[in-house]
Design a protein around this ligand. Sequence first.
Ligand code: 13P
Ligand code: SF4
Length: 305
Amino acid sequence: MHKRYQDLSKKIEVLKKERQAVILAHNYQLPEVQDVADFRGDSLELSRAAANTNAKVIVFCGVHFMAETASILSPEKLVIMPDVNAGCPMANMITAADVRKLKKEHPEAAVVGYVNTSAEVKAELDYSCTSTNAVTVVNYLKDKKEIIFVPDKYLADYVSKKTGRKLISWNGFCPTHAKILPEDIRRERTFHPFAKVMVHPECLSSVVAMADAVLSTSQMAKFARETEAKEMIVGTEVGLIYRLKKDNPAKEFYPASEAAVCPNMKRTTQEKILWALEELKEEVRVPDDIRLRAKKAIDRMLEIV
Ligand code: 13P
Ligand code: SF4
């Protein structure tokens, strides 16, 4: 580790104890941020970690909807983001008013929303889901005639194919995963003919159709550990590769596309984590009226899985 990061890491460690804080980091965070985190994981694991920690302060290294989810589940804790401007463009593609309109158009439908949504949107949902459990949640709703599934059209398409259910979807998508193209998979397969291809369900449907495995980020981490394959082509945000390599030093991981970088996930740095701990900000708090409604959708998801 670079000396600058060693010094900063030590300062973060000391202040974290003083503040009784825990640092949670998403799998796409910068390597030096993952290294100072107490816990790193995918959206579902981070929600659970936020709900179960005894810390007084949660420093959330991820994007805004994730910190909101932590606040929804742990209102008694102070949730802070080292860079509060780290948002998720996909989450911003749908508003609570959009969901209310969909519900009016389909009054009988169950409303399922990806965790990549604002707290206000979650307050309109019946069920939340993550990429790990979206198929399980939709399968659970077998008695429902209609299902609204927002905002990711590619995840909706994947879930629809896996469950055989027609879903009422929305025109949202992840601009980072959309950068991974079928020709990238073809090219990488030519370079690495023995590699397994794993892709995230936020990828284009044409990319998902080419994969050996379609997995959330933590499912990818598990798959990488357990598969006999020694090489993998990784169809998701490139930040995951740091963790994959660290966990599996004897295996090789190739990004499907070097262009798959989420700028929002890269906004958090060690310097900003230290400032956040020093000043105990920026706070992310979801107002109680929205929080209690949004929590119902998350709790229902957690009950199913
Ligand atoms: P997961 O880590 O839950 O697979 O989510 C990926 C993602 O794009 C988060 O913003
Ligand atoms: Fe949002 Fe995509 Fe970035 Fe995840 S990777 S935070 S879905 S823009």
